[in-house]
Design a protein around this ligand. Sequence first.
Ligand code: B12
Length: 220
Amino acid sequence: MEILEQIYCAMILGQVQTVMTLTERAIQEGISPKEILENALMRTALELGEKYSVREIPITKVLISSRAILACLHVLIPLFNEGGQPYKGRVVAGTVAGDVHDLGKTIVMATLRGTGFEVIDLGIDVPPEKFKVAVEEYKPDILALSCLLTTTLVSIRETIALLERTGLRRQVKVLIGGGPVTASFAQAVGADYYGSDAYSAVQQVLTELKQKDNEEMDTL
Ligand code: B12
């Protein structure tokens, strides 16, 4: 069996150690982190979501596979900027307060890292105050908020409102995404960008940086 197929199978079975060993072996064999991300990891994550949604697998199975997916990402993430290239820009990211869904956000951030961005990932269940402190401290180009629960959409609103109240909103562009998030919701809460998946997230971030570059050129 091809190694990417083996990684996929081990992730589905939730075999954390095997996934890590196979991922390391794939890298040694010359397979790029991007290929592993796209052809093994994304495939597993999407399949998991689809199967759970039609009740083909229980939540326990989802949780077991999720751990294996995160283990694979743990191996891949440090490899994304090994060449020490200058970063294209900085992103601070997190899953909003009340929400512990990690996979989508971590995949989006791994893709951004793979495209050359510095990413500071604050993790899951991040309260508005913690996002605010990170914006002050890291001065990112983009603040990326992930939300998978309808009940925690309000945390996006609260985070943006806190940035407004504290005068930080103009310093950073806000990108939001995740299952219940839509373009019209993004507009309603005053986010700058909405991304439906990892690729559109990269597109939005690149668009932002291009605009920033143009503005800087105009002021010269
Ligand atoms: C995995 C999973 C879990 C795992 C999470 C494990 C982990 N470490 O992440 C566990 C078991 C912990 C879990 C728990 C719960 N879950 Co859950 N879970 C899922 C499931 C099956 C898959 C989500 C996933 O990882 N998909 C794969 C990734 C790759 O896709 P994604 O997350 O959508 O991310 C993509 C895009 O959304 C986007 N994106 C995501 N974030 C961001 C951020 C930015 C900035 C951008 C631009 C884009 C972006 O890009 C990603 C890549 O393409 C979904 C079902 C589904 N079909 O989505 C339910 C689902 C999200 N869960 C749900 C629920 C209800 C729960 C629980 C309340 C269950 C319960 N009864 O206990 C708890 C909530 C716990 C909490 N407080 O957060 C509901 C939410 C319904 C709703 N709309 O509110 C869903 C939709 C299932 C369902 N159909 O009912 N869950």
